[in-house]
Design a protein around this ligand. Structure first.
Ligand code: GP9
Ligand code: MN
Length: 424
């Protein structure tokens, strides 16, 4: 049984997560409105295209939110579903395939279930076929009370583009359902319009596309702007319907939207000579906002990832989760883990970025060492050769622990639920 070893490793993480901070319980009993932003990457935040702001609403929202500037997605082939898995479980998705499909019937200790024990109702809103990514099975398994899938929405030719219902009518039609939920609730909204290949009707495009050899990158900007506008409208609707004040709103990019295939156009947009493996890793940053009405905003520079969302939310909600098995940290804890592992084994530390056998300085992007190029390892920088090495093995260990839990369905043998406590 691998569990004792894994438990010992996880205990250290839990110790950090249960350190008190002044934010513990700051959102106690509030509704949680989680918005998954399809394919939104951080490189569009506070940036312009053809002289126009890409995401004016989100840029303003940074002012009165906790915003994590160096927050990475950690998804693989399971795309949106992988990001959902990370958020609800603080476990890594699998190196291949989608855990929602391959291990959708495992025993988990997911966010909706933990929150249910605290009196929360939970629901997902997503205007797609309910069995896409095996969501109907997985959602049921991890304790969601209701899934408002495409059948809950009026979908016409006019309000559809690309993958389905456009984000603006999606939010508009969701509000009445949200209002009907028992409170407090944990609700998850999954947007769709900003999905590859980023199709948008002219009537919905407020900004011009970019001009490069990549149609994909060109079209990305107007669709991101559309989603940004949909968010603004949703915030207004939440205020009008009275849901806003009693809620915290969490927004997160699910994964990259622009693949390496478009590196040439991307380097042109970012005004770089080329996209190096270092740049590639930095492009895996996605926006992460925690907006608590009435709280002052703050920008966090320290590295963070999707794996950290679950313990962070539980902390804000004032729920201690001492016995949990997960790999993320509460992002408000002082002394937390100093690396973020990407699913392909690349990683980011406070000082370094490692990808494809290359070790870079995180600040400057300077190549410090490579494991495959002997020339570099034999020169005077040899001393620095191993700076990424110690992390490499920890990252591998952590990913493998997570995989073992999933492949072996190990949470069957461990009842973490009995150790959940609240503030009082
Ligand atoms: C589909 C939506 C998008 O329901 O979640 O899927 P993706 O391809 O991004 O995983
Ligand atoms: Mn997605």
């Amino acid at each position: 049984n691998e569990m004792p070893e894994i438990k010992t490793y996880v205990n250290e993480i839990n110790e950090v997560n249960n350190q008190d901070t002044e934010l513990f319980g700051v959102a106690k009993d509030k509704n949680v409105i989680f918005i998954s932003l399809e394919s939104v990457q951080s490189f569009v935040i506070n940036r312009t295209v053809n002289g126009e702001e890409v995401t004016p609403f989100m840029n303003d929202l940074i002012e009165n939110s906790y915003y994590f500037k160096n927050f990475y997605h950690q998804t693989e082939q399971g795309k949106t579903s992988d990001s959902e898995f990370l958020v609800d479980n603080s476990l890594y998705p699998l190196p291949r395939g989608a855990v929602f499909f391959t291990h959708g019937q495992n025993e988990y200790n997911a966010l909706p279930e933990i929150l249910k024990n605290q009196g929360y109702y939970s629901a997902v809103f997503h205007a797609n076929n309910k069995s896409f990514w095996n969501r109907d099975v997985m959602y049921d398994n991890v304790g969601y009370d209701h899934f408002y899938d495409e059948n809950a929405y009026q979908i016409t030719q006019e309000n559809t583009i690309g993958w389905g219902l456009k984000d603006k009518p999606f939010f508009e039609q969701s509000i009445k359902y949200l209002q009907s939920l028992p409170e407090p609730y944990y609700s998850k909204f999954i947007t769709l319009t900003n999905h590859y290949p980023f199709d948008l009707g002219e009537e919905d495009a407020s900004i011009e596309p970019y001009h490069s050899n990549s149609k994909t990158l060109n079209q990305y900007f107007p669709t991101v702007r559309y989603t940004d506008e949909a968010l603004e409208e949703f915030f207004d609707q939440l205020k009008q319907s009275g849901q806003y004040e009693d809620s915290i709103i969490v927004m997160m990019g699910d994964h990259y939207g622009i693949s390496d295939f478009h590196n040439k156009a991307m380097s042109m947009y970012l005004d770089k000579d080329e996209i190096t493996p270092y740049d590639h890793v930095q492009l895996q940053r996605v926006p992460f906002f925690i907006h608590i009405p009435g709280e002052e905003g703050k920008v966090f520079e320290k590295i963070a990832g999707q794996i950290d969302v679950k313990p962070t939310l539980l902390h804000l909600l004032g729920i201690e989760n001492k016995g949990d098995i997960g790999f993320g940290n509460n992002l408000f804890a002082e002394e937390r883990k100093d690396f973020i592992a990407l699913r392909d084994g690349s990683f980011i530390t406070d000082d370094y970025i490692y990808s494809k056998d290359q070790c870079f300085d995180r600040d400057t992007g300077k190549l410090l060492a490579t494991t495959s190029n002997n020339e570099l390892t034999n020169n005077e920088e040899e001393q620095e050769e191993n700076v990424c090495q110690p992390y490499k093995s920890i990252v591998q260990k952590e990913l493998s622990y997570s995989d073992q839990i999933i492949y072996g369905d190990l949470l069957r043998f461990y009842d973490s639920k009995v150790q959940v406590h609240t503030e009082e």
